[in-house]
Design a protein around this ligand. Structure first.
Ligand SMILES: [Zn+2]
Ligand SMILES: [Zn+2]
Ligand SMILES: [Zn+2]
Ligand SMILES: [Zn+2]
Length: 333
């Protein structure tokens, strides 16, 4: 909006004065028709109202305006200006180009932003004397508490929406499971969804290590099946896979190379390579774990479960915190 002419050192040519703000041209634009020059901001404001030159009333359109001539820019470049805080004893003199940056940071500017040494809050210099750290921090805490309340509300409504969507998704998965037998396409869509649901679930489960495969309960009774079901459900097993997963806790359903005591004894070295996930223990406290196909692409075919298997142990299972690859990476590859 022009440089205050009162702070310019020496005389200023008439043609360097903006006819709108009557100060020295800032970012001058010149009409290609009448050659009158104006500050960029001044003429842009003006032209929101009128499309006439404010000096001679000739037609003036945005397309008529161009940066001022080199001669004019050179003349402006030679001008020196004093800091407006020279009244507060700032001794600086500078070119017009340096003026705005200096004013913003001038230490004599009463509005310059400084840091309170006690609370580190940024405040205008002239407000520092009246500044109360405690009051400011109290205001800050209050405004943050308000923001937090809004965020909590938002979170709650998101959680409710997610809950509703999960229920819809579950329903959809039940539909697909029911439609599976009707067509091979639905069958393969269903398989992929199971795969996805299991890998999503398994990634959230902690990992575990088995120190003695001999302590596995390989032929659990009905009562144990029910407890496995509870453990799976409490561990977040996708609802539509709950029954399938419960069935997988009997050795009959395990991969060929671990389906009998002899085969397990013969293969326990290889079985130590399994990526194993821990689910909640049975009601009796017995440890329970899942071995997922998506976690175990590195295992040989005769040891890799199709989707997943569940195993109950008498003991010999401990949680580990090893950071393994994400099953999602495997899915994407
Ligand atoms: Zn102006
Ligand atoms: Zn004009
Ligand atoms: Zn200054
Ligand atoms: Zn303070």
């Amino acid at each position: 909006m022009g440089f205050d002419i009162n702070y310019i050192i020496g005389n200023v040519d008439e043609e360097l004065i903006c006819p709108i703000c009557t100060d020295v041209l800032e970012e001058p634009l010149q009409s290609l028709h009448c050659e009158h020059a104006f500050c960029k901001d001044c003429i842009e404001q003006w032209m929101k109202q009128k499309t006439l030159c404010p000096v001679d009333r000739s037609e003036l359109l945005p397309s008529h305006l161009a940066p001022a001539s080199r001669l004019m820019r050179n003349m402006l470049g030679r001008l020196k200006i004093k800091c407006p805080y020279s009244v507060h004893e700032c001794p600086s003199e500078m070119s017009l180009a340096e003026y705005r940056a200096h004013v913003d940071t001038c230490q004599y500017n009463p509005k310059v932003i400084v840091e309170c040494k006690s609370c580190l809050m940024k405040v205008p210099k002239d407000e520092l004397a009246d500044h109360s750290c405690i009051q400011e921090l109290r205001n800050l805490v209050q405004s943050q508490a308000k923001e937090l309340a809004v965020l909590k509300d938002t979170q709650l409504s998101h959680e409710q929406r997610i809950g509703a969507q999960c229920r819809e998704l579950e329903l959809l998965q039940f539909y697909i499971a029911a439609m599976r037998s009707t067509s091979p396409v639905m069958g393969s869509v269903g398989d992929q969804l199971d795969h996805y649901a299991l890998s999503h679930w398994s990634a959230r489960l902690p990992q575990a290590r088995v120190s003695n495969w001999g302590s596995v309960v390989s032929t659990p009774d009905n009562h144990m099946h029910l407890m496995v079901r509870d453990s799976l459900r409490a561990s977040g097993c996708p609802m539509h896979l709950l029954n399938v997963m419960v069935e997988q806790c009997h050795e009959q359903r395990w991969p060929a190379a671990m389906a009998t005591l002899e085969s397990r004894n013969g293969n326990h070295n290889q079985m130590s390579q399994f990526v194993i996930r821990l689910i909640k223990p049975l009601a009796t406290g017995r440890p329970c774990l899942c071995i997922f196909g998506v976690d175990n692409y590195h295992m040989p075919d005769n040891l890799r479960p199709m989707l997943a298997i569940t195993m109950i142990f008498v003991e010999s299972v401990e949680e580990t915190s090893e950071d393994m690859f994400s099953p999602f990476e495997v899915l994407l590859n």
